[in-house]
Write a protein that binds this ligand. Sequence first.
Ligand code: G3P
Length: 217
Amino acid sequence: MKFFVDSADIDAIAELNDLGMVDGVTTNPSLILKSGRDILEVTKEICELVSGPVSAEVVALDADAMIAEGRKLAEIAENIAVKLPLTWDGLKACKVLSGEGKMVNVTLCFSANQALLAAKAGATFISPFIGRLDDINIDGIDLIEDIRTIYDNYGFETNILAASIRTVAHVQDCARIGADVMTAPPEVIKKLASHPLTNAGLDQFMKDWAKTGQKIL
Ligand code: G3P
């Protein structure tokens, strides 16, 4: 499973990228707001740092304007994936932009039928939002499982990009089901390394080592 970082924070992305943990980046208007940066400038910097796909989201609501914004975003760098909302206009824009050879990430997906439409419109990525479904007592992981089954039934090549990942359990479930990609905030990716037994074991080793009185260096 590929790891994308769901952030427009260049320092946080760089830290994970140095460890080889970053296969791509996803941004959205809320993350651009959080970064306090200009969308074109910060997206360009991210694209220079990371070689994998970098999703940049349009903000227009009608297809023609989405297409125009998508083309402008795609000019930033070769690794831009134009992010479009899963609306009828978004699907129209997806068809046109994917037909031009641009990577397209269709976002705000909350049902398997929506994912089916995105695949038929030529999306490179479909972004089902797990956490936001969990927020309303619908199991987001079930959605990933349904999309995996449907895409495999028909050989759709659209990549399942599990989004709105909030917990380390989400990451593990997505990997078990076979999501192609998961995108998570940097904090969640860093938490994957944590285990209380690792901490307890290390603590014991440090205590015992101190008692030996030895040094390695
Ligand atoms: O990739 C989409 C993601 O940013 C949404 O996450 O936590 O705002 O639902 P969240």
